[in-house]
Design a protein around this ligand. Structure first.
Ligand code: AMP
Length: 420
């Protein structure tokens, strides 16, 4: 199946060629025909599956083919709402990329920065608006935005919208949308409150599900290290010093924890930076840029701050803390193993986190291989773990190299992957 087979028009095909996309991902293959047919869609999919292109491509195609607008008179005809600034920027970039030969204009608005440049863009006129909910309502209240011409509405990452307390904002936005529209609703999980919200937004939707197992198991090599809480920083330093070079995203449960990890790594001579909600938007953007262009190889992030990170060269994800919500694990490891690449996800599990590990394994339907031959095993407690001697295979043919630099003569396993 190719994009051409899906009926995508030439200007978009050309843009996809520039991006180097040869084949649609499963979510794209399933969603694009439904969306080109102008039906509503309920998509159960996480970031990392290619879902942005799954909705952006058909929207661009509709807008391009029905370009009934007069010059100089652009109206917001497509609205995409997403929970975080990083995701909003990334989605807008995708519209720019996929629509670069379609002559459409998009812009992105989000809070935490001055509104001047955003309102200026809006005044000039846009076809596609990508927004976080708070800033959207704010600028609507101030009269900068009217939604009366919206024909395509996307609610992205609905479960995180709710987690972040945006439900009231979303309800308000919905009341301002024309009833005659195509609506798309994406969420990685579908608990009852999400299903209820989707019913308020969608007509009779078609449903598409890309199961997390597919996204994780197919593309990411995963392993777990049993290690005491106290030894986690040393294990991280050890891994960063012995693993083959590559950009590494480390997940910390808290903002404070993220800053602490940066300090410990810097002290050990490893250049690292943190990204989390306590940092200003500009500081976050600076750190992200330096990570994306390879100046910083190690980034420590909290879950919310990491949601928009899209680094195609990302080699490793390290879960310094295991998340208590198993779906979060799937989101995290989806940062690596993106649509066209495989990756490695390593998790540190202390005694208190073993229950989280069980939940994660249940969700993904796999038992994670355990790496036990590392310098900081959680002594006496790992022996009874299943698979405790099993060595995971790396995707590139099992070419993990035994590192010889352990400080207690324990043979260590180094995860390696070709630099991409
Ligand atoms: P998303 O789930 O939208 O965040 O997309 C995940 C990543 O996959 C992004 O880096 C996209 O640029 C990339 N991507 C999306 N569709 C394709 C495709 N058909 N082929 C290769 N890469 C893709």
């Amino acid at each position: 199946m190719t994009f051409k087979d899906l009926g995508i028009i030439e200007p978009i095909l050309k843009a996809l060629q520039v991006k180097g996309y040869t084949h649609p991902t499963p979510i794209q293959e399933q969603s694009i025909p439904i969306l080109l047919d102008k039906k509503d869609l309920l998509g159960c999919a996480q970031t990392g599956t290619g879902k942005t292109a799954a909705f952006a491509i058909p929207i661009i195609q509709h807008l391009y083919l029905d370009s009934g607008r007069k010059p100089g008179n652009r109206k917001i005809r497509a609205l995409i709402i997403t929970p975080t600034r990083e995701l909003a920027i990334q989605i807008a970039d995708s519209f720019t990329d996929y629509g670069k030969f379609a002559g459409l204009k998009n812009t992105v608005i989000f809070g935490g920065v001055k509104q001047g440049s955003q309102t200026q863009e809006l005044r000039r006129g846009v076809d596609i608006l990508v927004a976080t909910p708070g800033r959207l309502l704010d600028l609507m209240d101030q009269g900068f935005i009217s939604l009366k011409d919206v024909e395509y509405f996307v609610l992205d990452e609905a479960d995180h919208m709710l987690d972040m307390g945006f439900i009231h904002d979303i309800r308000k936005v919905i009341t301002k949308l024309p009833t005659n529209r195509q609506s798309l609703f994406f969420s990685a999980t579908m608990p009852p409150d999400i299903v209820a919200l989707s019913r308020k937004i969608l007509g009779t939707p078609e449903k598409v599900t890309v199961r997390p197992e597919q996204a994780t198991a197919d593309r990411v090599d995963q392993a777990v290290y049993f290690v005491s809480k106290k030894n986690k920083p040393d294990l991280l330093i050890h891994l960063l010093k012995t693993q083959e070079e590559g950009s590494t995203l480390v997940f910390s449960r808290t903002k404070h924890g993220a800053d602490k990890i940066v300090k410990v790594l810097n002290k050990a001579g490893i250049h690292a930076a943190a990204i989390h909600g306590n940092k200003s938007q500009n500081a976050r953007q600076r750190v992200l840029t330096s990570f994306k262009n390879g100046e910083t190889n190690v980034l420590i992030a909290t879950d919310i701050a990491a949601r928009g990170i899209d680094v195609s060269e990302l080699s490793y994800v390290v879960n310094f803390n295991l998340p208590n919500i198993p779906e979060t694990y799937v989101h995290r490891i989806g940062r690596t193993g993106r649509a066209k690449a495989s990756g490695i996800a390593l998790s540190f599990c202390d005694q208190e986190e073993k229950a989280f590990l069980r939940d994660i394994q249940k969700l993904i339907g796999q038992t994670l291989p355990v790496v036990s031959d590392h310098p900081f095993p959680d002594d006496g407690k790992t022996a009874s773990e299943p698979n405790s001697n099993k060595q995971p295979q790396s995707r590139n043919g099992g070419n993990n190299r035994g590192g010889g630099n352990s400080n207690n003569n324990t043979r260590t396993r180094t995860y390696s992957r070709g630099r991409r």
